[in-house]
Design a protein around this ligand. Structure first.
Ligand code: ACO
Length: 448
């Protein structure tokens, strides 16, 4: 199979959001901490009628309908999620309901999980399948679904929720350059979910930021080496038209891009101009440990990389800034943002992706973009995702309501024998919602 990659995408996020500016006031933090300090605008969240299962059902049904895909044509279905509900029972099995209806139960794949990286693992599994001897000619389908919620405190504004579905096959408009993957995997306790009675993670925020940047450096190094071995020339960020980062919050994305620029400087790339070289020269001798701690380096590298950030990264930030951290879906929501913003000019370009999941697992990889053929054209993908309309249709709720919703979910997490409000007034037609959970913890959903 040639040009294997993403043929089609669809995205769903809940219709409720809270404004970060209002959350700053509500939480009593200094003005600008969440909006400028973290770089976030608003945050989506699930109310009691939605969860990762309902969102994934909604987005899969919507993708199949919008691109007119026969459910029988799916041969592999992989889910990436870190939101645990039935533990041993995968979310993938929930999605089988959609396929059983058409008589298709011959579908490989289960769930992948390691924090925000599960979606990338699921994507690689599908792409590898299509490129392998066991491929039977049908499509792969990848679903990333998560609800990111944190306990009260500094991490809470970095939540979010969404589900993304991606159809995988040959001759794709968003095709893998599989030769250049670079990974970095290690054991660390930066973020994990050891308390099975709670949906909230245990998180060491500062450690997770440093781990993210260390993983980025390491992946970029491997990625560049593989590129150079293959192409016989040096790689620099100028060889990427866009760089898409896993986005827990926008400030980390700004710092990450500057970090790549600093890497290019250390690697003595010819693409770094004289003026930038002079500005970064004082930091050439820092140990890597020192470099993660240096505020001056952070400032200097962000300043010299600013113009490039505007052209190569800014167009990827729309959905992550508006919806928040969507865990496994975050990186792909950033990809969806470029397709939304730049579908007319993307053909022939290269997109570099950086996936990070705490614990930790990370990979840098790249896509080559082609025009694509109907219904799998970039324009059609952008039209179907209809990001502007979905963002505009959202309802802004006051922080008090958001906090109340989270309180209720704390009680509902892991509970049995309850009926939800079944209030679907904000949901659009075709959205799945939770109606009740019975005495055996079995969940029941309906469609609006
Ligand atoms: N105006 C402007 N900027 C402000 C203001 C203000 N009034 N107040 C603070 N800031 C800035 C700070 O200077 C800081 O910016 P900097 O990083 O450039 O220095 C930023 O806002 C955040 O402030 P901190 O005091 O560093 O925030 P805090 O430590 O309270 O929380 C954190 C931030 C650690 C990211 C927390 O939200 C968290 O733990 N989140 C979850 C973990 C996470 O997302 N990690 C990322 C990778 S792992 C993953 O994806 C889950």
């Amino acid at each position: 199979a040639k040009d294997v990659g993403i043929l089609a995408m669809d995205i769903y996020f809940p219709p409720n959001c809270v404004l970060q500016e209002e959350l700053e006031t509500h939480d009593g933090v200094s003005k600008g901490k969440y909006t400028i300090g973290l770089g976030q605008e608003s945050m989506a969240f699930c109310t009691e009628v939605e969860d990762v299962i309902s969102m994934s059902l909604t987005v899969v049904k919507s993708l199949l309908k919008n691109y007119n895909i026969d459910p029988k044509c799916i041969g592999r279905l992989e889910v990436g999620s870190e939101t645990v509900i039935d533990k041993s029972k995968s979310i993938k099995t929930w999605l089988m309901q959609i396929f059983e209806e058409s008589g298709n139960t011959d579908i490989e794949g289960v769930d992948s999980s390691n924090a925000c990286y599960g979606g990338t693992a699921a994507l690689f599994n599908c792409v590898n399948w299509v490129e392998s001897n066991s491929w039977d000619g049908r499509y792969g389908l990848v679903v990333c679904t998560d609800s990111a919620v944190y306990a009260e405190g500094p991490a809470r504004p970095t939540g979010g929720a969404a589900a993304i579905a991606m159809l995988i096959g040959p001759n794709a408009p968003i095709s893998f350059e599989s030769k250049y993957r670079g990974s970095h995997m290690a054991h660390v306790y930066d973020f994990y979910k050891p308390d099975l009675a709670s949906e909230y993670p245990v998180v060491d925020g500062k450690l997770s930021q440093t781990c993210y940047l260390m993983a980025l450096d390491s992946c970029y190094n491997v990625f560049c080496k593989k590129y150079e071995k293959h192409e016989g020339k040096q790689f620099s960020i100028f060889d990427a038209d866009y760089v898409v980062f896993h986005s827990p919050y926008n400030k980390l994305v700004q710092k990450s891009f500057a970090r790549l620029y600093y890497n290019d400087f250390l690697r003595n790339c010819s693409t770094i101009d004289e003026e930038s070289r002079e500005k970064l020269a004082p930091y050439a001798g820092l140990s890597s440990e020192e470099s993660y701690q240096s505020r001056d380096l952070e400032k200097a590298s962000q300043q010299v990389a600013k113009n490039l950030y505007e052209s190569k990264v800014q167009p990827t930030t729309l959905i992550p800034k508006q919806v928040g951290n969507m865990y496994t879906a975050s990186l792909y929501a950033a990809l969806a943002s470029i397709i939304h913003n730049r579908h007319e000019t993307l053909a022939g370009q290269r997109i570099v992706m950086f996936s990070y999941g705490s614990g930790l697992t990370s990979t840098m990889f790249s896509f080559k973009i082609n025009e694509g053929q109907q219904p799998f054209s970039l324009l059609n993908i952008a039209n179907i995702m209809d990001v502007s309309k979905k963002l505009k249709a959202r309802h802004v709720v006051p922080p008090k309501k958001f906090v109340e919703a989270l309180k209720l979910m704390e009680h509902r997490y892991g509970a049995k024998d309850f009926v939800t409000s079944q209030d679907t007034s904000l949901l659009s037609a075709g959205t799945y919602y939770l109606t009740h959970v019975d005495s055996k913890y079995r969940r029941f959903y309906d469609v609006k």
